[in-house]
Design a protein around this ligand. Structure first.
Ligand code: ZN
Length: 198
């Protein structure tokens, strides 16, 4: 089922989300919610979705960066962003730590700040401990664009939006950003919608 994506200005997007218990995670409500969040993310389309974005203050995130999304990005962008496909997965009660790495600055968007984009500095490498949809402990060390998605989504669970971290003078409508890309002689890619929102 497709859910409504809430926009900046709603209090839930500025709230600290609560962790889920293993019993809740295995229950039918959360399992159905995970399926609906997956459908909503794919419909948007986006590469990640956090529960506060559909109005729930719980520590639940879905992520997926599909090969067909990445095909829409220029080879130069894929290379500099270190963007690789990420299969669909669920992160519950995640805890993020920064690993030694460079900071990378790229334009980023958010499904809850629809129509805008800005440059956001992010760590190049992070470690995340979490529970999966079966309430089993998991850990991932991620780098590149996947590390950026993880930082963006886990920020949502603490009521933080990318606009809190952006270089504010880079803030732009998505349309103007596409025109900027076109001027960078990437017109054939800029003509397509950028799915790198989450
Ligand atoms: Zn977002």
């Amino acid at each position: 089922m497709k859910l409504k994506i809430w926009q900046a200005g709603e209090a839930v997007l500025r709230s600290q989300s609560r962790p889920l218990t293993p019993g809740e995670i295995r229950g039918p409500e959360i399992q159905e919610l995970i399926a609906s969040m997956r459908d909503t993310m794919r419909d948007a389309p986006g590469v990640g979705l956090a529960a506060p974005q559909i109005g729930l203050d719980i520590q639940l995130v879905v992520i997926e960066d599909r090969p067909e999304y990445i095909q829409k990005v220029s080879p130069a962008q894929i290379e500099e962003r270190q963007r690789r496909p990420v299969p669909f997965h669920v992160l519950i009660n995640p805890s993020l730590t920064f690993e030694p790495s460079e900071t990378f600055e790229f334009f980023e968007g958010c499904l809850s700040v629809a129509g805008f984009t800005a440059i956001v500095p992010r760590a190049g490498r992070v470690r995340v401990e979490y529970l999966n949809e079966a309430a089993e402990s998991r850990e991932v060390v991620a780098d590149g664009w996947y590390a950026r998605i993880l930082q963006h989504e886990i920020d949502h669970l603490q009521g933080t939006l990318y606009i809190d971290r952006m270089q504010s003078r880079s803030f732009s409508t998505t349309d103007n950003y596409m025109r900027y890309l076109a001027r960078q002689s990437e017109a054939k890619f800029a003509a397509r919608p950028d799915p790198a929102r989450s």
